[in-house]
Design a protein around this ligand. Structure first.
Ligand SMILES: Cc1cc2nc3c(=O)[nH]c(=O)nc-3n(C[C@H](O)[C@H](O)[C@H](O)COP(=O)(O)OP(=O)(O)OC[C@H]3O[C@@H](n4cnc5c(N)ncnc54)[C@H](O)[C@@H]3O)c2cc1C
Length: 309
């Protein structure tokens, strides 16, 4: 089977999500990587280093600069004549592109796979991760998104793939990029951080959230996450949200502060290696999945922790 992997990149750097997608794709067959963008050449060179990649296709065109699915999907569909499967990371961009590719190919997308069980058989989460379905495709071509936390990252170095330039399909004329407001942060990115400190509704407001959560995150060099309740109440921006409708994370350590542990939150963090929960309610559901639980008032426990770390 020949597999084409969508390379996720930002500001000239290949993102880790691509590496997990390559590992998943390698379970299906020979892996080529597609790098599309206006400065795709340098990213193409990085992709060629990934262990296990056979060929890198570079489509350098301003039409792909912002990953607009209306422009990217026709490119992928044109290339799919030579491939059996298209694999994209289940990131915002990947989840934007893959459904359009599937629709244009007239096949069913297989979303957020957790494992490859056979050439056309996969597992994937359903009911917010409370059940795992095994699905088998009967389509001639596969369109798959990959949950990054479920697959090891392919090595960034060690490969020596051939790099080939491919002609772009240009502007589809269906959409245009207006602008992006990207939060700048010195902190590690939520989805690739080793340690995450997350705050919930109990943090009261944005000032209290910042004054309580950030000192602990600073000490631990951690990314900052939040429950949807904290995001909806405006304590932090929505790019911090962890959960079913937020980001899926699996850090070494996840510290949940004043978070009850609703299933929609657990769906985004329950695969974390060590879960530490601080909550004043000993019956809070978060304690059912926590490896270490502290029944305490966060306003004394967190400063205490900061002082001791
Ligand atoms: C379709 C859908 C999608 C959703 N997606 C998401 C999602 O992606 N992510 C997400 O997080 N939620 C999501 N939710 C919302 C989810 O159901 C919960 O409402 C939300 O996670 C609750 O957030 P919380 O734990 O911060 O708040 P609460 O449930 O109100 O919990 C606050 C906790 O803080 C504790 N507490 C209060 N004061 C203190 C104190 N002083 N010290 C210590 N502990 C204290 C309380 O005991 C309580 O357990 C979704 C819901 C729906 C319906």
């Amino acid at each position: 089977m020949k597999v084409l992997v969508w390379a996720e990149h930002e500001q000239g750097a290949l993102k880790d999500a691509t590496l997990s997608a390559v590992t998943a794709a390698a379970g299906l067959g020979a892996v080529d990587v597609l790098v599309a963008g206006d400065s795709a050449g340098s990213v193409g060179a990085q992709a060629a280093q990934i262990a296990g990649v056979e060929k890198v296709l570079v489509a350098g065109d301003a039409a792909y600069a912002h990953g607009l699915p209306e422009n990217v999907a026709p490119l992928v569909v044109a290339l799919m004549a030579g491939y059996d499967a298209f694999v994209a990371p289940a990131t915002t961009t990947g989840k934007n592109i893959a459904p359009r590719v599937a629709a244009l190919l007239d096949v069913a997308q297989i979303s957020e796979i957790l494992s490859v069980e056979g050439p056309k058989t996969f597992t994937r989460p359903i009911y917010a991760g409370n059940a795992i379905a095994t699905v088998e495709s009967s389509d001639a071509k596969l369109v798959i998104t990959v949950r990054g936390t479920a697959f090891a990252k392919a090595a960034r170095e060690g490969g020596s793939a051939a790099v080939e330039t491919v002609a772009g399909t240009g502007e589809a004329g269906l959409s245009s990029f207006v602008g992006a407001e990207i939060a700048q942060s010195e902190r590690p990115e939520l989805t690739s951080a080793k340690v995450i400190v997350s705050g919930g509704r109990a943090l009261k407001d944005s000032e209290t959230f910042a004054a309580t959560i950030l000192p602990l995150a600073d000490k631990l060099k951690a990314a900052v996450g939040a429950s949807r309740a904290a995001v909806d109440a405006g304590y932090v921006s929505n790019d911090h949200q962890v959960g079913q409708t937020g980001k899926i994370v699996a850090p070494e350590v996840y510290i949940a502060v004043g978070i009850s542990g609703a299933i929609q939150h657990l769906a985004g963090m329950k695969d974390s290696k060590t879960i530490i929960a601080i909550n004043k309610d000993e019956d809070a559901p978060i304690f059912q999945i926590a490896d270490i639980g502290l029944v305490a008032d966060l306003y004394s426990a967190v400063p205490d922790l900061v002082a001791r770390v």
